[in-house]
Design a protein around this ligand. Structure first.
Ligand code: FHN
Length: 438
């Protein structure tokens, strides 16, 4: 065999390494411009819904628990949400200041809210007999809300999937994961080509049958179908609130908690407005203060908030939940500049305050007033030139090497989150994160 000169060998090695690096990218590096646009949205609506709402128990997890498997899997025969109105849902989201909407097209129970050709366990075989996913996609387009789809990896209803309920320990010997992945890809092709989702919100990636290689296979397949579709990190196998080279997906997904301030990778916290993901009668609902604190803290942490609603079995959203969202929207219609298209920081959020920034402005979100003077650490080499409440009165301040001092009025202009604007003498978006001094 002809000897390859050393230099060529080295170049080839280098190339392989580069190629390997490059190939690592497809599993989580959607175009930065697209991801930046997603992160500018800051607030979205999550919707967990399906025939299970007829029992008011938790979607997926109450199957074979509070609800017997037979009863659960037969609920679709009674599912007839005649009061479902996609325009109303989307208008509620828009009125709540939400910029994108994510519907559970298929959750762990395997029921499909669209007329899929690959299982009869879908909306067309219910008394309702109309396409829910399609109706929402159309309404989102009409009201300029970005349409997104939740799709579970695990599917207890599907014969090819090794476990058939959340108690199963022994894999079903008749299962066939390769067949299951083919089934999954066929359904994803339907969803992507029929409804063109802006983002795909995967889930249920923690079970053993699902491997990293399947994750990479499905990610690459989706990117061929639509190179611009954004995909969360729940195709891969690492922790939900993490994003690293092992991840398969574009952003991290902390659940039921506010993610930590992080300027290095995109994240989105998914949190319930009530306690359960699916509708539950008289489920405890978060106060307006909690909702705005959660939103300002996720933005202050440089992340998005996906706030979950569980609609009722008749298709309506509860009035009290619609009202709560409207109240959030009213706050955002006044102070949205301190949330949308901002970056988090530079100060680390805590129970008293959070900060967001854009251009030469820093927005200080004051959740409560403890003292007449509110102190912040100094920002070396950066000076305040003007300070005032967003859409409100000027505020006097002091700044020296030790700290920034904001002299607060007797009553803050907003009891949930009073936003102070600090206009600085330079662009502050790239400033490092500044820890609060004790
Ligand atoms: O099991 C699901 C749960 O039902 C819900 O869908 C949440 C939403 O993020 N995710 C899973 C739990 O991690």
């Amino acid at each position: 065999m002809k000897k390859i000169p050393v230099t060529c060998a080295l170049i080839l090695l280098g190339l392989n390494f580069l190629l390997a690096q490059q190939f690592a990218i497809p599993y989580g590096k959607t175009d930065k411009k697209i991801l930046d646009d997603f992160m500018n949205q800051r607030l979205g609506m999550f919707i967990h819904w399906g025939p299970v709402t007829l029992r008011g128990t938790e979607i997926g997890w109450s199957r074979n628990q509070e609800v017997t498997q037979n009863d659960y899997d037969s609920l679709y025969k009674e599912f007839n949400p005649v009061l479902f109105n996609a325009d109303e849902w989307v208008k509620t989201a828009k009125g709540g200041g939400m910029k994108y909407l994510t519907i559970t097209a298929k959750h762990h129970d395997g029921f499909c809210l669209w007329p899929t050709a690959f299982t009869d366990y879908n909306i067309m075989n219910t008394p309702y007999h109309k396409d829910i996913v399609g109706a929402l996609a159309k309404a989102c387009k009409k009201y300029n809300i970005k349409f997104c789809i939740y799709f579970t990896v695990l599917d207890w209803y599907n014969a090819y999937y090794p476990s058939h309920n959340n108690g199963n320990k022994e894999p079903d010997p008749k299962a066939d994961m390769n067949q299951f992945v083919r089934f999954m890809k066929n359904q994803l092709k339907e969803l992507v080509q029929s409804y063109h989702p802006y983002m795909l919100w995967f889930d249920g990636n923690w079970e053993k049958p699902w491997t990293l290689s399947y994750a990479k296979e499905v990610y690459a397949y989706l990117k061929q179908l639509d190179p611009e579709v954004i995909i969360n990190n729940r195709l891969g196998k690492n922790a939900h609130d993490m994003l690293n080279e092992e991840s398969v997906g574009d952003y991290a997904t902390p659940e039921q908690k506010i993610g930590k301030l992080n300027m290095s990778y995109p994240w989105e916290s998914c949190i319930t407005l009530c306690n359960q993901w699916a509708w539950k009668p008289n489920d405890k609902m978060k106060s307006l203060k909690q909702c705005i604190y959660t939103l300002a803290s996720t933005s202050g942490g440089n992340g998005n908030l996906l706030l979950n609603i569980g609609p009722m079995p008749d298709g309506r959203m509860e009035n009290r939940q619609v009202k709560r969202l409207k109240e959030m929207g009213d706050w955002l219609r006044k102070y949205g500049a301190s949330i949308y298209s901002t970056k988090g920081g530079p100060f680390i959020p805590d129970s008293l305050s959070a900060s967001t920034r854009k251009g030469n402005k820093i927005y200080i979100h004051l959740f409560q007033k403890k003292e007449n003077v509110f102190y912040l650490p100094p920002i070396p080499g950066v000076k305040i030139v003007k300070a005032y409440f967003l859409n409100g009165n000027p505020i006097t301040y002091g700044q020296d090497r030790q700290h920034i001092a904001l002299n607060l009025p007797a009553i803050l202009p907003d009891e949930n989150d009073a936003v102070v604007v600090l206009e600085m003498d330079q662009n502050v978006e790239r400033l490092p994160v500044i820890a609060k001094s004790e």
